[in-house]
Design a binder for this molecule. Structure first.
Ligand code: DGP
Length: 113
C-alpha cells in the first residue's frame, strides 16, 4: 500500500532497526518504546488489522505466531513478556497495518485497559 508507513518500512524506504526477517514477516524496534524491549512484528503483506484477517492471508499471521517465541528467546525475554495488537479506534490503533507489539524486559503494569 503506497501510503502505509509499515509497508514503506517493509520496502526499506523508511529505515528501521530490524530484529527478525523472513519472506512473510518483519520485526523491528518500536520508535517510541514503552518497555525496555519493545518490538513490532508485522506481516510483509498489507493487512489493516485483525479485523481483516481471512482465509487468504491467515498464513502470514500464523507465521507471526511461530516467530514471536523465537524473537522472545533471542531477546532474552525468558522471564515473560506481553503481546498486544491494537485494533481500530477504540483499540487506539495508530498505524493501519497489522502489528503485534512484544513488550518485555521488566515486569509490566497489571492494567490492560
Ligand atoms: P499502535 O498504536 O498499536 O498502532 O502502534 C503503532 C506503533 O508504531 C507505536 O508504538 C509507535 C510505532 N511507530 C510509529 N511510527 C514508527 C516508525 O516510523 N518506526 C518505528 N520503528 N515505529 C514506529
Amino acid at each position: 500500500m503506497q501510503d502505509c508507513l509499515f509497508c514503506k518500512i517493509v520496502a526499506g524506504s523508511i529505515p528501521s532497526t530490524k530484529v527478525y526477517e523472513d519472506d512473510m514477516v518483519l520485526a523491528f524496534r518500536d520508535i517510541s518504546p514503552q518497555a525496555p524491549t519493545h518490538i513490532l512484528v508485522i506481516p510483509k503483506i498489507h493487512i489493516e488489522s485483525m479485523t481483516d484477517v481471512n482465509e487468504k492471508n491467515v498464513g502470514a499471521v500464523e507465521q507471526i505466531m511461530r516467530v514471536i517465541p523465537v524473537i522472545a528467546k533471542e531477546q532474552n525475554l525468558d522471564n515473560g513478556f506481553r503481546v498486544v495488537t491494537n485494533v481500530g479506534e477504540d483499540g487506539r490503533q495508530s498505524v493501519k497495518h497489522l502489528h503485534f507489539h512484544i513488550l518485555g524486559g521488566k515486569q509490566l503494569s497489571g492494567t490492560m485497559g
